[in-house]
Each structure stands twice: as C-alpha cells, then as structure tokens.
Design a protein around this ligand. Structure first.
Ligand code: MEV
Length: 328
C-alpha cells in the first residue's frame, strides 16, 4: 500500500494570463489531497472517493475501457483526472497494473484551490511508486500538466506545478516545457481565503476568456500582457518583503481579471468588504466565476475575516506549505 499527498494552492498573481504564456505566482497551502494505491492481481482500476464524489462510487478501467460501476453523473468528470493520469503513465512509461485507489481531500472540491491538480499529482506519485517507477519531480509535474490538458482541453502548468513543488513559485509555460522558479519570500504572507460556491467550472471560465480574446484581440491581449507585468513586478515586491506593494498589485490584478469577465458580484463583494475592513490588498484567486478570493492583511486579521463572512462567504484559515508532493 502506498499513500501520497499533494497540497492545494492559492494563485497570488497571474491566473488566466498564464494560459497564454505569461508568468504566474502561486503559493501552496497547508490543505492536502491524499491518494492511496493498493495493487491488485487483475488489470482493473477501482477508484473510491467517498469525500469527493459520493460514498461507494467505483469506477473500473479494464482493457482500456473506463466504466462506472455505481452510476453517478458527476463521477466521470471528477475522477477522470485519476484515470487519465494512470492512462498516461501506461502510455508514456509502458507500466500498467490493476489497483484499488482511494482518494480524500482536506479542501473543498471545485472551490478553485487546485484540488483536482493535487489529486492528479498525488495519484501520479502514489501509482508510480507502487508500480516501481522512479519519477523525479519534473517528470511528475510535466505528466500532471499533460493530464490536466487532456481532461480539461486547456490548462496551464500552474496548479500541477505547485502541487508538485510546494512553497511559493513562479510558473511559466514554455511550449511543452515548464519554467519553475522558487521564490525566496523573507516573511509569512498573512492571507485570508474567502469562498463561496462556484457557478462555473475552470474549463468554462478559460473558454470565456478565449472567446473574448478572439473577439477583441487588440483590447484583451494588452490586458493579458499587463497581468504578466503585474506578476513580474510582484515577484520583486515579494522577494524584497514590500507587502504594501504586494497588496497594491493584488488590487490591480483583480481589476484586470474583472476586465476579462471572470469576476462575479459575490467575489467583488468579498474583495471590497475585505479592503474596507483593512486588507492591504484583495483579489479573486483561481479561475473565477465564484470560488475564492484572497485578502492580504497586516494587523486587521479578525475584522477582515468577519467582513468576508458578513457578505455571506466562508473563510478558510491557511498557511503556506513548503512541502510539495510526498509519500506519507
Ligand atoms: C485555474 O486555477 C487557473 C487558470 O489560470 C487556468 C489554468 O491556469 O489552467 C484560470
């Protein structure tokens, strides 16, 4: 039996623009997804994810055919990351063995905290370890990105890279490769996460921006480049410990994301409530269309948290996780 875990994340800067090759800055949080792999004697893959989908869902993957034993409409999309990851290990490395797989998560699923990427990366780690494949972190990150692209159609390597490496990193996609640089941030980032349920999936939000970009290229392209410039500048502010500037850049980033059409009234309400209560910066984080915001606070931690709750959202206490994917 092998258990691997990988962290969720908040995107500090650069979501959506990273899909078009701009750098993004992302931080791993101390909430993790876990995947347990027990090899079987046959060639079936059975996936059980009681917390994530519904109690007792079993999928089988037999001779390249993926079937749901106890039918649940959402099971396919939620668990297809696991099956795709295993399919790609089989294709890329010629290794396939049947296994019972159990998945659980400390993060709400679909909130924009990178749960599907954390599950993908933990699956690759646990399954490769159980089958005797020795994959380094770079290979795990590249395989994770390939998995997300094949499941979602479009995906940047951001979520899968942070789930692999942990810490705070700058991620930039380079054709089929990924440039990953670890940031040295000299202090803790006092961040509060606010979240509401999501109305849209990441895939839909990415498609929405793509349509806008196709229709208004000469307007949207400069916005995407401006987000890239925000991320570059924010890296300098983070590494020099200038939190006031980090907060200002978060506010600019939120405005640019709003212009891309990915914010919602609820996200804006949380962002403005947090700023009014003393946050030095606040922005939506992740794909938008509902989901999460992050607020940077210096000393008004409690009042910012209450202000976010007062507009009908929940808050999540979280800290940075230096640990990426690991065997438990
Ligand atoms: C989703 O967490 C972030 C997006 O930039 C999509 C992606 O990077 O694949 C919206």
């Amino acid at each position: 039996m092998v258990i691997a875990s990988a962290p969720g994340k908040v995107t500090l800067f650069g979501e959506h623009a990273v899909v078009y090759g701009e750098p993004a800055i992302v931080m791993a949080i101390n909430k993790r997804a876990y995947v347990e792999v027990n090899l079987r004697n046959d060639s079936k893959i059975r996936v059980i994810a009681p917390d994530i989908v519904i109690k007792g869902v079993v999928l089988t993957f037999d001779q390249n055919i993926f079937s749901v034993e106890s039918e649940v409409a959402s099971a396919r999309s939620e668990l297809s990351y696991i099956v795709k990851a295993i399919e790609l290990i089989a294709k890329n490395y010629g290794v396939f063995k049947g296994a019972d797989i159990r998945v659980w998560s400390e993060m709400p699923v679909g909130a924009g905290l990178g749960t599907s990427a954390a599950i993908t990366i933990a699956t690759i780690k646990a399954y490769s370890e159980a089958t005797g494949l020795d994959l380094d972190k770079k290979s795990i990150a590249v395989l994770g990105w390939q998995t997300e692209r094949e499941v979602q159609g479009t995906a940047s390597p951001m979520d899968t890279s942070i789930a692999t490496y942990g810490g705070i990193i700058q991620v930039q996609p380079l054709n089929n490769d990924i440039n990953i640089e670890r940031l040295k941030v000299p202090m803790k980032l006092p961040i509060i996460i606010g979240y509401v349920s999501r109305e849209y999936k990441t895939k839909d939000m990415v498609a929405k921006v793509r349509l806008l970009k196709e229709k208004y290229g000469n307007i949207i392209n400069p916005i995407i480049s401006a987000i890239g410039q925000v991320s570059r500048k924010a890296r300098i502010s983070l590494e020099s410990g200038d939190l006031k500037e980090v907060g200002e850049l978060m506010n600019i980033n939120h405005g640019l994301l709003e212009a891309l059409g990915v914010s919602t009234k609820q996200l804006n309400d949380m962002v403005y409530a947090a700023r009014k209560a003393g946050a030095i910066g606040a922005k939506l984080t992740g794909a938008g269309g509902g989901g999460c915001i992050i607020a940077l606070t210096l000393e008004k931690h409690e009042s910012v948290s209450l202000a976010i709750k007062s507009v009908g959202a929940q808050t999540l206490e979280s800290d940075i996780s230096e640990k990426g994917v690991l065997i438990e």
